[in-house]
Design a binder for this molecule. Structure first.
Ligand code: PMP
Length: 532
C-alpha cells in the first residue's frame, strides 16, 4: 500500500528515492516465495532465507500468504475458464458476496437493514466510492430541499396576492431591506431576491468532510484529502473537497466545528397572516470518516465514548458516518468489524485488504438502504471492479472466516492476546525505550520513545531524520529475520499484523528480536543497530 510503488523498466528506474531509503535501512530485499506467516528470500547459494512476516501485506493476509484453500479456489477458477470479465451481465457471485457480507454484518450489528455493495479494486477506491456516493446523496437532498423552498415561495406569493398575508416591516428589516409602503407584491419580490441570493451562497459552498486527526483513508485525489498526514495531503489540496480534522476525545471540538461551518437555506412561509422566513438546515457536511482502530496513524483504538459521541453528533446533524474498516475489518481484531466492538454503527463501510485473501485486489463500499441512491450504479463504475475472480476469492475468504462457528475470529483474538502479552512484557522491561503498546487482536503497534537525544549520534540522526522506525525495521530484518514496518503517519510506531496462523515460536522469535533492539537503544549502540 504505502511504500510499494515500483517502476517496471529495470532497476535504475524503479523509484530511485524510495529505493535509497529502503537500501539505507537495509530493507531493499526481494522476496521470492510466501507461505503462511513466512516470506522467503533467496541467498547467493540458492537456498531460501525465511523471514517471519509481521507486516502481513499491511493487513492483507489475515489468513496467511497463499492459504491452501484460497490458492486451490484460484486454480479451480482458472482451470474452469471462469470468465473474469463479463461486464454488464448478471453477476450472481457478486450478489452472493454482497448477501454474505450482509448476513455477517447483520449478525454483528443486530440489524436487518440491507447494505448495498459497490465493489472496487483497492482500499482508496472504496473510500472514493463512499465519498462520491455521499456527495450524490447530498446533492439530491439539497435539490429536494430547494424544491420545497420553491414550493413554499409559491404558496407564500399566492397568500400575499390574495391578501391572506402581509409583508410586515420587521421581516424586511431582519434582512436589511426597506420597501415602499402599500405594494406588498414588490416587498415580497425584494425579500425573495434576498433569500435567493443568500441561498445561492449556501449552495455554492463545496462539501465539507469530517475526519479524525491521525486518520488514513487512502492516497487517491479525494481520499488523500481525508488522510490527516499533511505531507501526503497538502500538495494535492486543490484537487478535491476538504476535511476538517477532529481531535480525539474532544466532543466540544465537534460542536465548535459545527457552529463554524453550519448553514441554513431560507424559506418563505406564512404565520398568523404574516410572511415569515424559516431556516432549513443546509447539509454542508458530506460525511464523517472514521477508522475504529487507526492503522497508519499509529495503531490507535477509538474510545467507545468518543465513538458514541461521534455517532450522536452525526445523527443530530444528519451527516452519514463512513466507517473505514479497510485495515481493521475482516476479523483482524476478533470481530468481523472492529467498530462493532465499540458499539459504532456505520451508514457506510469500506473493506479491502484481507477481502482479497492475499491474492485478489478487491474492495467494497457498503451503504445502508436508508442512504442508498440507485442512480450511483450508473455514474460510478470501474472496468476491473466486481470481476468474478475477486468475488469468488472473497467468498472463499468469508467461508474460511465463518467456518467452525467463527474459529478464525476467536483465533485472531487469542493469537492477538498472546502477541500483546509478549509485547507488554518487553515494554515492562524497557520502559525507557518503549512508550506504549496499543491495538486489538492482530492489529498491534509498539510506539518507541523519541530518540532525538540519544547519546549515539547514529541513533540521534535517524530519529531526527524521521527515519527512525525504518532503521528499527531494518535491524529486525537483518539481524533477526523478522519483517515489520512503521505505520505510514506515525514513524515511531512499529506495526504487528500477522496472520491467525501465528505460532508461539514466531512470537518468541519476535520477542528476542525486540529485546535486542531495545537493548541497543537503551545502551546507545547506534553502530550495531545501523550496521547494514
Ligand atoms: N483506509 C485505511 C484504513 C487503510 O489502512 C488504507 C491502506 N493502508 C487505505 C484506506 C487505502 O487502501 P489502499 O492502499 O488499498 O488504497
Amino acid at each position: 500500500m504505502d511504500h510499494n510503488t515500483s517502476a517496471a523498466d529495470g532497476p535504475e528506474l524503479a523509484e530511485p528515492y524510495l529505493r535509497e531509503v529502503l537500501a539505507g535501512a537495509g530493507l531493499a530485499v526481494e522476496y521470492v516465495r510466501a507461505e503462511g506467516n513466512t516470506l522467503y528470500q533467496r541467498a547467493d547459494d540458492g537456498s531460501e532465507i525465511a523471514v517471519v512476516d509481521f507486516a502481513g501485506g499491511y493487513g492483507s493476509v489475515l489468513l496467511g500468504h497463499h492459504h491452501p484453500e484460497i490458492v486451490a479456489r484460484a486454480q479451480e477458477l482458472l482451470a474452469e475458464g471462469t470468465p473474469v470479465h463479463a461486464q454488464f451481465s448478471r453477476h450472481p457471485y457478486a450478489n452472493r458476496l454482497a448477501a454474505e457480507l450482509n448476513r455477517i454484518i447483520h449478525r454483528e450489528l443486530d440489524t436487518t437493514e440491507p447494505y448495498f455493495a459497490i465493489f472496487g479494486n483497492s482500499g482508496a477506491e472504496a473510500v472514493e466510492a463512499a465519498v462520491k456516493h455521499a456527495e450524490l446523496d447530498r446533492g439530491m437532498r439539497i435539490r429536494a430541499l430547494l424544491d420545497e423552498c420553491a414550493e413554499a415561495g409559491r404558496s407564500t406569493r399566492a397568500a400575499v396576492a390574495s391578501g391572506a398575508a402581509i409583508v410586515a416591516e420587521p421581516v424586511l428589516t431582519l434582512f436589511g431591506l426597506t420597501a415602499a409602503e402599500g405594494d406588498p407584491a414588490a416587498a415580497l419580490s425584494l425579500l425573495e431576491a434576498e433569500l435567493d441570493r443568500r441561498n445561492a451562497e449556501q449552495t455554492a459552498r463545496p462539501p465539507l468532510f469530517l475526519a479524525l486527526e491521525g486518520g488514513f483513508h487512502g492516497k487517491l485525489a479525494a481520499s488523500v484529502q481525508l488522510t490527516h498526514n499533511e505531507g501526503y495531503r497538502a500538495p494535492f489540496k486543490s484537487l478535491a473537497a476538504q476535511a476538517r480534522f477532529v481531535p480525539h476525545n474532544q466532543p466540544d471540538a465537534l460542536k465548535e466545528i459545527h457552529a463554524e461551518e453550519r448553514g441554513d437555506l431560507l424559506e418563505l412561509g406564512v404565520a398568523d397572516g404574516h410572511v415569515v422566513v424559516r431556516e432549513r438546515g443546509f447539509p454542508v457536511f458530506c460525511a464523517f470518516l472514521v477508522e475504529p482502530l487507526q492503522g497508519e496513524g499509529g495503531i490507535r483504538v477509538l474510545s467507545e465514548e468518543f465513538a458514541r459521541e461521534i455517532q450522536e453528533f452525526c445523527a443530530a446533524i444528519g451527516c452519514p458516518v463512513v466507517i473505514d474498516e479497510i485495515q481493521s475489518g475482516m476479523g483482524r481484531t476478533g470481530t468481523f468489524l472492529a467498530s462493532s466492538a465499540l458499539g459504532l454503527r456505520g451508514d457506510y463501510y469500506t473493506l479491502a485488504k484481507t477481502l482479497g485473501g492475499g491474492i485478489a485486489k478487491t474492495s467494497v463500499m457498503l451503504v445502508r438502504e436508508a442512504y442508498y441512491r440507485k442512480e450511483f450504479e450508473i455514474v460510478h463504475s470501474s472496468t476491473f471492479a466486481k470481476d468474478s475472480f475477486s468475488c469468488h476469492i472473497a467468498l472463499k475468504v468469508l467461508e474460511l472466516l465463518e467456518a467452525d462457528g467463527g474459529l478464525a475470529y476467536r483465533r485472531a483474538a487469542e493469537r492477538g492476546a498472546a502477541l500483546r502479552t509478549m509485547l507488554g512484557r518487553v515494554q515492562a522491561d524497557f520502559p525507557m525505550v518503549i512508550e506504549e503498546v496499543r491495538g486489538r487482536g492482530l492489529m498491534l503497534g509498539v510506539e518507541f520513545r523519541d530518540q532525538s537525544d540519544s547519546p549515539s549520534p547514529a541513533i540521534q540522526g535517524a530519529a531526527r531524520g524521521g527515519m527512525f522506525g525504518y532503521v528499527l525495521a531494518g535491524h529486525l530484518l537483518r539481524g533477526h529475520r523478522v519483517r515489520t514496518f512503521p505505520t505510514a503517519s506515525a514513524l515511531n510506531t512499529l506495526r504487528f499484523e500477522p496472520s491467525i496462523g501465528l505460532t508461539d515460536a514466531e512470537i518468541a522469535q519476535l520477542e528476542a528480536a525486540l529485546r535486542d533492539v531495545c537493548t541497543l537503544l537503551r545502551d546507545g549502540k547506534g553502530d550495531v543497530l545501523l550496521a547494514v
